[in-house]
Design a protein around this ligand. Structure first.
Ligand SMILES: [Zn+2]
Length: 95
């Protein structure tokens, strides 16, 4: 079970801005048989994609197809709206 040093922090890339951050600092979107949704636990089974806390990244990922490419699926308009609603709640607002 050698997995390197125990201090290793999992790193993930925001699919919109490509910044690499600790997994915990990013928000996971998961594609499950029920569809595409925000995964607040970060542990839901299925293919995942990560976005940082910037609303612009969520908008870019949703509107320019980056999320669809990352998850290899098509988003319904309901899923898109639901994810944008989540984004507005969790994202840091830049002033
Ligand atoms: Zn980002």
């Amino acid at each position: 079970m050698a997995k390197g040093r125990r201090k290793h922090v999992p790193q993930r890339t925001c699919i919109a801005c490509r910044r690499i951050m600790p997994k915990r600092a990013l928000n996971r979107i998961v594609r499950s048989p029920e569809g595409v949704a925000y995964d607040p636990t970060g542990k839901a089974p299925g293919r995942g994609a990560y976005l940082c806390n910037e609303l612009a990244c969520w908008q870019k990922a949703l509107e320019r197809g980056a999320l669809e490419r990352a998850l290899k699926t098509k988003l319904t308009s309901e899923e898109r709206i639901a994810l944008l609603t989540v984004a507005e709640q969790i994202c840091t607002v830049q002033t």
